[in-house]
Unconditional design. Sequence first.
Length: 247
Amino acid sequence: MMKKLIAGNWKMNGNLVANELLIKGLLAGLLQPGCQVAVCVPSLYLAQIHSLLSGTAIDLGAQDVSQHEIGAYTGEIAGSMLKELGVRYAIVGHSERRQYHGETDVVVATKAQRALANGITPIVCVGESLAEREAGKTEEVVKRQLAAVIHANGHCISEVVVAYEPVWAIGTGRSATSEQAQHVHSVLRAQLRAASEHADRIKLLYGGSMNAANAKDLLAQPDIDGGLIGGAALKVQDFLTIIAAAS
Ligand code: 13P
């Protein structure tokens, strides 16, 4: 059976002192995890976390990658730069970037492409808003978002990680139920199967108020291969409990 992946998304949180405490706390509690573990940190701290994680069981992730290769794009960070700092994963298309930075499906798909071109695994986020769920459009929305990434990446789609993050569950304490999450994951899995013969090895993560209390149930679902964790990834004990639930 494939190992699950638990990835923390620190979002715009942390500082030099707090980061070190968090990483050292995780490493102390994580001797031989039975799953893959990553932390996706603010880009400014990638160098700091890279040196703290070197030779450990935790992989380093970024929260975004530029859709451009290199050049006059003030404020952007290229995939090649992330690679130099030991980055293994890059979140792309998080709903906060779609919402606050106007990222379209095409931009997100290009970012996934750019990550892959640099040997970085994109964690592609898809998910519906509350209004879309209530209008019965959940499947339509997540399929449209994933279709753009499949279209742009061809057979390389088997190299991505997909994270289903219902927008209404993010940071709200209101997780999707295991049944709701499993249903959407099965829809995404079917879409990936139609695109790739290797679809069964693509990791499908759930994100949205996953915590120490609900992780076990969510992670027991057949198409949930891990979690993308926000708030609970900032607390050593909670994150370790989620990792244990995935191991
Ligand atoms: P929360 O776990 O804080 O709901 O955040 C989820 C998320 O957005 C991870 O990318």
